[in-house]
Design a protein around this ligand. Structure first.
Ligand SMILES: NC(=O)c1ccc[n+]([C@@H]2O[C@H](COP(=O)([O-])OP(=O)(O)OC[C@H]3O[C@@H](n4cnc5c(N)ncnc54)[C@H](O)[C@@H]3O)[C@@H](O)[C@H]2O)c1
Length: 313
């Protein structure tokens, strides 16, 4: 039976990925230090028959576990996903996003998997006009998160070329869906739970980005893995070609929550220093292999608002 190990698998995307792999018949092990506040996902994972190991990737026991399991596929999802926290303390991204990648590759020597999958991000580009494709340059990340994801990609590339480790890098747009642990929709819902009469938006609301439903992300990863040959490295953008504004998201959240909140906007184009206010995605490479998102950005956001509201009831 094929064994998959998901580093950072107790987080938002990890839970969906673990469930999907279990349905496909994989034996699934999750390693997570719960730094991302995802402890409430553990019962969901265990109910699906996923083995959960609570430890940081840097723990010597992680290397021992790899040697013992000899997984066919390793997914590297472990990172700091609180981009704003990384603006205040860049060391957070250095430690959790980049050095976790370094620790992971050194542990992989114990049992190199047939396939290594890494989730990168659109934040590696910084602010650019035009739709971002895999080959778009130059790369000028504006956040410590983006910088440490770019550094992780570079590190994994060197690792792949030095060792022959077949490695897939996926660069998802903003991922949304049930069980979200962070992001603009959850942020708005939490604020409304505290005060249903007003909603404060970070930035002027004109930020406009693509939103990818987590189911579309997982389908994209599957397509890239089955069709995209990694010799030794393959890179794919994953995202819808359209986008929606933060103003539209705020209005949708307020309407779906059934509250009469006054929406108050900030004055800056970005939500926080390092936030890239506008971008579009070109996922033509993955589309060429047959992948297409089932959700537009607006559909993905609306479905997520409804799912997160249902989770809170
Ligand atoms: N959600 C998005 O919009 C999005 C977009 C692009 C890329 N990504 C990437 O996808 C991956 C998963 O994102 P997510 O949204 O599920 O985030 P998440 O924060 O919910 O999950 C990340 C998990 O990694 C764990 N973790 C962090 N450092 C660790 C370490 N050193 N050892 C063990 N576990 C550790 C956290 O506890 C958390 O459970 C991340 O790498 C993220 O950067 C996410």
């Amino acid at each position: 039976m094929s064994v998959a190990l998901i580093a950072g698998g107790a987080g938002f995307i990890g839970v969906h990925l673990a469930r999907r792999l279990r349905r496909e018949g994989w034996v699934v092990h999750v390693v997570d230090d719960l730094s991302g506040g995802s402890a409430h996902h553990l019962p969901l994972l265990e109910a699906e028959g996923v083995a959960v190991h609570v430890m940081p990737i840097a723990d010597p026991d992680f290397r021992a576990l790899l040697g013992q399991l000899a997984p066919t596929r390793v997914y590297h999802l472990a990172a700091n996903s609180d981009v704003r926290a990384g603006v205040a303390s860049p060391d957070l991204d250095l430690q959790r996003t980049f050095l976790t990648t370094v620790d992971l590759t050194s542990a992989l020597h114990a049992a190199p998997p047939s396939e290594l999958v890494f989730l990168s991000t659109s934040a590696i580009w910084g602010a650019r006009t035009g739709a971002l494709a895999e080959g778009t340059g130059s790369l000028e990340p504006q956040s410590a998160y983006g910088a440490c994801k770019l550094a992780s990609e570079a590190w994994l590339s060197a690792h792949a070329h030095r060792t022959g480790q077949r490695t897939w890098v996926f660069r998802p747009a903003n991922v949304v869906g049930p069980l979200a642990t962070h992001g603009v929709i959850l942020d708005f819902l939490r604020k409304l739970a505290q005060d249903p009469l007003q909603l404060e938006v970070l930035g002027d609301g004109r930020q406009d980005k693509p939103y990818l439903h987590v189911d579309d992300l997982l389908a994209g990863i599957e397509t890239g893995l089955s069709e995209g040959v990694a010799e030794p490295l393959a890179v794919f953008n994953v995202g819808p070609s359209d986008g929606v504004s933060v103003r539209w998201i705020a209005e949708t959240v307020v309407a779906e929550a059934g509250v009469k909140a006054a929406i108050r906007y900030g004055e800056t184009p970005g939500g926080w220093p390092g936030d890239v206010p506008r971008y579009r995605y070109d996922s033509g490479k993955l589309r060429g292999l047959g992948w297409a998102p089932a959700y537009t950005s607006a559909q993905a956001v609306r479905a997520t608002v409804r799912a997160l509201l249902a989770e809170r009831r």
